[in-house]
Design a binder for this molecule. Structure first.
Ligand code: HEC
Length: 205
């Protein structure tokens, strides 16, 4: 009988301990740390992409740059992740995405909505947004989101299709038949850079 009691107690303990969820609230102190780390790598990532885009544009104009973006954008993302080397993961995402690989997951959708709501209410972009989530690999990460704004240069490939170079638009449509990333104006909210930072990277700081 006693053995049974111990056995049941053990099962009860297992259920209680396994059911315990990681706390997903983000303290102000941790938010500030995530902001520092996230902003640093978001800026580094965007700078790398922009430099490569400008190089491709200068070398062979927009046709060359589209080829370059479609072949190299994902590769450059992995390259910057490797350079940082802390288990940090990067992504660009948007409600109106061009590459299906950049489609938002449910947490990214929540973040994009927060930026859109803020923009509607205050007429300007929220500077950043922070979350704590369990990602597909089963591990917990802090996520830092930085908004991306449309500049005049972007309209060459993300503007109104009627105003775009027809040949360029054709190339884009061939590569991305389900492209949603057109019709933007200067100053629009284009999407976000997402920086996922393993919880232990922040806790060590
Ligand atoms: C020469 C054409 C070109 C120009 C100029 C350009 N883009 Fe893009 N953009 C692309 C292509 C092609 C992709 C898809 C990349 C991929 O396959 O991952 C893309 C993807 C993106 C994405 C990732 C989300 C998605 O839609 O897949 C963002 C965000 C983005 N562009 C923002 C910008 C911004 C902001 C500018 C201006 C600073 C800009 N782009 C200028 C061609 C361009």
């Amino acid at each position: 009988m006693k053995k049974f009691k111990i056995f049941y107690f053990f099962i009860f303990f297992l259920i209680v301990s396994c059911g315990k969820k990681e706390d997903l609230t983000v303290s102000l102190v941790n938010e500030m740390k995530v902001k520092d780390v996230g902003e640093k790598y978001a800026v580094e990532f965007l700078r790398t992409l922009k430099q490569s885009l400008m190089k491709a544009m200068n070398k062979g104009g927009p046709y060359n740059a589209v080829e370059f973006c479609s072949e190299k954008a994902q590769y450059l993302t992995r390259l910057v992740e490797e350079r940082i080397d802390k288990g940090i993961k990067l992504k660009r995402t948007s409600f109106k995405y061009r590459n299906p690989l950049n489609k938002p997951d449910k947490y990214e959708k929540e973040a994009l909505s927060v930026f859109e709501e803020y923009y509607k209410r205050f007429g300007q972009l929220r500077p950043y947004y922070v979350q704590k989530v369990k990602e597909k690999d089963g591990k917990y990460y802090y996520r830092y989101y930085k908004p991306i704004v449309v500049k005049p240069l972007c309209l060459i490939c993300h503007g109104n299709p009627e105003d775009m170079d027809p040949q360029l638009y054709r190339i884009i449509k061939e590569k991305y038949p389900k492209d949603k990333a057109v019709g933007y104006k200067v100053g629009d909210f284009r999407g976000v850079v997402r920086v996922s930072i393993p919880v232990k990277v922040i806790e060590k700081l």
